[in-house]
Each structure stands twice: as structure tokens, then as C-alpha cells.
Design a protein around this ligand. Sequence first.
Ligand SMILES: [Zn+2]
Length: 132
Amino acid sequence: MIFKKKKIERTVLLEQNVLDSIVTFCKMKHPNEGILILKGKSRNGEIKIDGLAIPPFNFTGPTFAGFPHSFLPFDNSYIGIVHSHPAGSAEPSVTDLNNFFGLISLIIKSPYDDDSIFAWDSSGNPVSLSII
Ligand SMILES: [Zn+2]
């Protein structure tokens, strides 16, 4: 097979201290889903996550976590969301894809360790994730 055009490879860089905060937050919310806003920068397909924000008016339950996007303050450092899957896989559900926000979606599944977190694009395709 010949590839005529190179697709921009997206990659996500996640700071270790941000991951630690996500893990702590999601463990605290367990068995409910937790949801946080990812803050960072995107350059040439490289998405660097260096902070978190707690979404306003968030509501969570065992199978759904969300917040009304229209209430989000305008802030171009908001590049995506992370939420937890207390049970099952770390793959995005149809609801997750319909509620996609920003450039990237991270999902962390139980037991919430460094190997439980995965990155997805708006089509539900996996994106490579590195902890830095
Ligand atoms: Zn989900």
C-alpha cells in the first residue's frame, strides 16, 4: 500500500503531576464517574497537558459524567476533558463521542493507575499518550 500523504500524527504528552491529580480525583469519585477539564497547549499535532480545571455545574453518576458546555467560560487553554470509567473498558462510549469537547479526550478506567489511562480523538480513534 502506498501512502501519498502523511497524516498528522497526534500525540498527547501528559505531565506526571497532572496524572497524579486525575488519579486522586477519580479514586475519590469512585464508584461514580469523575470529570475534569484538561488545560494545555497544542502545537503541530502535539498536545501537551499541563493543568486541570474543575468544570462548573458538573453532574456525575455511575455511567455518565458531563457538564453543559455552554456554561464553560471562554478559555483557549481548555483543550479537552478527562473522565473516568469506574467499570468496564477505557474506550469512549457513543455518549462520550457525542459530548466530545476540545481536541482530545482522556479516559481512565478502574483501578486508576498509570496504565489505566488512554487518549482518544473526536472519532474515537486511539491517540498515543506519553507521561512526562
Ligand atoms: Zn465515558
